[in-house]
Ligand binder design. Structure first.
Ligand SMILES: [Zn+2]
Length: 507
């Protein structure tokens, strides 16, 4: 072959390789976008009409700021997006639209402190329709910062607290490739980690989200730098840092009770199917001391109990379990998954244990493990409660079978089953969560933002009454029941038009 034709051949081959590589990258990105919910038809939120403030809610039962009691026959005035007054009197000037609150119960808007919006914008309507007026996005991107800005500008949305994308310190080429596709960001030197904190702070994130994969050196560097720059560090407890090294590290929040129990499992030498009793005994003996340390260091814990309780059900009985959730409202991309990852449906769900599904003996054994895993969360939650550690309600929404908005009510039921009384359960999703987010929400007090839920029944009597929503107020503007229903219906219809896989047999 002549030299010129060899050159042509090489250039030609390189071009083909390049085109194939770019093509497959675009293909992969498109798959991921579908999976994250970006391809679902978006509902136009501006079509839903709200009743603008000033608003007066008269003769209503109002939840006290500490969530301990309802005070009856009050009038709550709302103006400029804030709670203006709470009085017994009833003299109202005619600039206010009057809402008769007779027989109704007014509580602060609920807050989910562990949400994942992914690229699924319709979820914002699901939250509002469920009385969730505040969420913390725990794997934030610039897109979520933009949604937060839109919400601040007055579009119909819960308030959004945005923690960064997960931060780790993994090495290697794959981490760079994964980063391009949206996976966690890794920093391998102290200098780079410190610079990253500055960058995230400048970009406007509310907190730095820590992953499980941080070396002690980088972990402590990030937490220290973040403390210096006054931005909270939240999220996981890295595998390489023990509880003893964690308590006074400066990390202010743990994203799951599970982070604590996982660490105790490591200390114990691992949880296996044949040592569950011994491990639970060990945890019972140590839980008080752990809770006391967490309290001393003012560490706040997001609950995410329900999702853990769902693991055994998803693993061994998904066909029945999936019928219990509000699957029709979930973004179809997230339900269906993609070639890049599993979704929620039987046969394609990352929790489901297909290998042992038809092996009753093995199945029984593995179930013992997962039941103990969930039991550990309950043990730890009760110790947190006993020692007044601040618990905030979180769901890990859009994690398998955890439906945005609806799941917060499931979480409250789980917390009630764990042993919190209704007053304490309400605190986790209102006062405690609002204080943690520092955004002037979570209480019905003068000067607080008017993010509220009007309920038909008293949640102090039965925590499931948080589901009986008459209307939702966000930034002082009221969304009535028929509009909330329309919002849900619109999301469901948009989902149905966007589905590639039918869910009819799972409803
Ligand atoms: Zn999460």
């Amino acid at each position: 072959m002549k030299r010129r034709s060899i050159k042509k051949w090489i250039i030609g081959t390189l071009l083909i390789v390049m085109v194939i590589s770019i093509g497959s990258c675009i293909g992969v990105k498109s798959q991921i976008n579908h999976h994250l919910g970006a391809k679902t038809e978006i509902v136009d939120a501006s079509v839903f009409k709200t009743l603008s403030n000033p608003i007066a809610i008269t003769n209503v039962n109002v939840l006290s700021a500490d969530c301990s009691k309802m005070t009856d026959s009050l009038t709550v005035l709302i103006k400029d997006g804030k709670i203006q007054s709470i009085t017994e009197g009833n003299v109202i000037s005619n600039e206010y639209t009057v809402i008769d609150g007779t027989g109704k119960y007014l509580i602060p808007g609920l807050i989910d402190t562990h949400a994942h919006l992914k690229k699924s914008k319709n979820d914002l309507l699901l939250y509002l329709a469920n009385g969730v007026t505040g969420i913390a996005e725990m794997f934030g991107t610039k897109q979520h910062l933009a949604w937060r800005k839109e919400a601040e500008g007055g579009t119909l949305s819960p308030k959004i607290y945005v923690a960064t994308t997960k931060v780790g310190s993994r090495k290697g080429l794959m981490r760079k490739i994964r980063k391009w596709f949206g996976a966690q960001h890794n920093y391998t030197t102290v200098k780079k980690a410190q610079k990253a904190v500055t960058k995230y702070k400048e970009q406007g994130y509310d907190a730095i989200k820590l992953s499980s994969f941080l070396s002690p050196e980088i972990y402590h560097a990030i937490v220290k730098e973040a403390k210096k720059q006054n931005i909270p560090t939240v999220g996981h407890l890295t595998y390489d840092v023990s509880l003893d090294d964690f308590y006074d590290s400066g990390q202010t929040q743990l994203a799951h009770i599970e982070e604590i129990t996982k660490s105790t499992m490591t200390e114990f030498g691992g949880l296996y199917t044949d040592n569950t009793e011994d491990y639970l005994k060990y945890l019972n003996e140590n839980a008080d001391a752990i809770a006391i340390k967490l309290k001393e260091n003012k560490i706040v814990i997001s609950s995410t109990v329900w999702i853990i309780e769902s693991f055994p059900k998803q693993k061994f009985d998904l066909d029945n379990f999936i019928k219990e959730i509000e699957l029709e409202y979930v973004n179809p991309g997230i339900v269906e998954g993609s070639r890049m990852g599993k979704g929620w449906l039987p046969g394609n769900n990352s929790y489901e244990n297909l290998e042992i599904k038809n092996d009753p003996e093995r199945s029984k054994e593995v179930k013992v493990f997962w039941d103990a895993y969930a039991k550990a969360i309950h043990v730890m939650a009760r110790a947190l409660l006993k020692h007044n550690v601040t618990i905030i309600a979180g769901t890990d929404s859009n994690g398998a079978c955890t439906v945005p908005g609806f799941s917060l009510h499931d979480e409250l039921t789980s917390l009630s089953n764990v042993g919190l009384n209704n007053e304490q359960v309400l605190q986790t999703a209102t006062r405690n969560a609002g204080e943690w987010m520092q955004n002037n929400t979570g209480r019905i007090e003068v000067g607080f933002d008017a993010d509220l839920v009007l309920l038909n029944n008293n949640p102090l009597q039965d925590i499931n009454n948080t589901r009986k929503i008459q209307s939702v107020i966000i930034n002082g503007n009221l969304i009535d029941r028929s509009t909330l229903d329309k919002m849900l219906e619109s999301v469901k219809n948009a989902n149905d038009r966007s589905r590639k896989v039918s869910i009819d047999t799972h409803l």
